[in-house]
Design a protein around this ligand. Structure first.
Ligand code: PLP
Length: 404
């Protein structure tokens, strides 16, 4: 009988969202008259904007016409989209990239999960704690994580992001080879200032590490001193890969389009060219993002598309600001929610994440996400998201005010 890859058997079941669903189902059964509002949604709720819908229709019509039909596209993405990305997301911010440093894909999750394949099995991986679980689990699948005990993997280097360090990770005692950084952060909603990110770039250059920089929530940045791209920092292109997505920027969670930037100057030990390696990997295992989806993504960069997505993002930002305020009125410490759609709430001395989850559910029929589900350093926090509809968010806030 064929044998299973044992690394997959080492994976820990993530019960966070199923536990939440089970507790909510029990509550609903006991309280059929109560309307439960979820502040735990990690998905967008507003539909695709008009410019994107029009581009989709036009591309579908092209596919129906033999003269314009497109079959397999370039694995790395069509030039029209790679050029638009370079122009709007980078050149406009003073970063000079070539289109062939950009790899279009069907999602940042797949790229983040897949990228670790390029590193040796012995590579030491560092993640922030709390953490977006994909970084950890994809390394467990590759056998780099070691043994699991007490909410931690023995070979993974954890960088706690806690109140005491202002949610800015300190350099670790053990030198890692690969460092995952996610800013604006999921789940804490916090950001790194230009100075803090520069010091991580400098650290990576000094120590010979590669930074995998996930900026899936870049579109939510509002404050001036917060870099939108790691390549705004000196020397970053020699040490960093950047992951971006149209999911939260333009509501593409169901459509699927993202991109990864792999600078041509980035090298691994022995002078290995990472751009060439990723290109080889993608050409072997991936056949490209759908043409119609790439046309839709291109439309995000049109003047009309930019105005429309800004309006949608501003709506989520308003939700975030209201949620922050409501939590403050409950005398709770609140982090994030200014440059990100996530709000990280300290539930107070002596209380735990699940206890607060139960309190909000039982007393106000509101659902949040217990922070401990994102890692040991998330204990004592819950995550709220700004992705709900404006009406639901306002009603949730009213209910919180009654609790205050
Ligand atoms: N990175 C982070 C931090 C996320 O929170 C998410 C989605 O929730 C993703 C990446 C995935 O993005 P995509 O929809 O492009 O796969």
């Amino acid at each position: 009988m064929a044998k299973c890859n044992g690394n997959f058997l080492a994976l820990q079941s993530n019960y966070l969202f199923s536990d939440i669903a089970r507790k909510v189902a029990v509550y609903k059964q006991a309280n059929p008259d109560k309307k439960v509002i979820s502040l735990g949604i990690g998905d967008v709720t507003r539909p695709l904007v008009g410019a994107v819908i029009r581009a989709l229709h036009a591309a579908v019509d092209e596919m129906a016409d033999a003269a314009h039909f497109r079959g397999y596209g370039p694995e790395q993405g069509y030039d029209f989209l790679r050029e638009a990305i370079v122009e709007h997301d980078y050149k406009a911010r003073g970063v000079d990239l070539a289109p062939d440093e950009v790899f279009v894909s069907d999602g940042a999750k797949s790229d983040l999960g897949n990228f670790q394949e390029l590193f040796s099995g012995e590579s030491v991986v560092a993640v922030t704690d709390p953490v977006y679980p994909v970084y950890v689990d994809s390394n467990v699948m590759s056998g780099r994580a070691g043994v699991y005990a007490d909410n931690k993997w023995s070979k993974i280097v954890y960088l706690p992001c806690i109140k005491d360090n202002d949610f800015v990770p300190d350099f670790p005692e053990t030198r890692p080879d690969v460092i995952y950084l996610c800013y604006p952060n999921n789940p804490t909603g916090t950001v790194l200032s230009r100075g803090a990110l520069q010091s991580w770039v400098d650290y990576a250059r000094r120590e010979g590490c590669v930074i995998l920089y996930d900026s899936a929530y870049e579109a939510f940045i509002q404050e001036k001193n917060v870099p939108h791209s790691i390549y705004e920092l000196d020397g970053a292109r020699e040490v960093a890969v950047e992951f971006r997505s149209f999911s939260k920027t333009a509501g593409f969670t169901g459509l699927r389009c993202a991109y990864t930037v792999v600078p041509k100057v980035l090298r691994l030990g022995g002078g290995v060219d990472v751009n060439a390696l990723w290109n080889r990997r993608q050409c072997t295992k991936y056949n490209g993002c759908a043409y119609i989806v790439q046309r839709a993504a291109q439309a995000v960069y049109s003047e009309e598309g930019q105005a429309q997505i800004t309006e949608v993002i501003n709506g989520y930002r308003r939700n975030a600001a209201l949620l922050r305020e409501a939590m403050r009125e409950m005398n709770l410490e609140v982090y994030g929610g200014v440059n990100a759609p996530y709000i990280w709430v300290n539930v107070g001395k002596g209380k735990d994440s699940w206890g607060f989850f139960e309190y909000l559910l039982q007393s106000a029929a509101l659902v949040c996400t217990p922070g401990v589900g994102f890692g040991a350093s998330g204990e004592g926090y819950v995550r709220l998201t700004a992705f709900g509809s404006p009406d639901d968010t306002l009603e949730a806030i009213e209910r919180m005010r009654r609790l205050a």
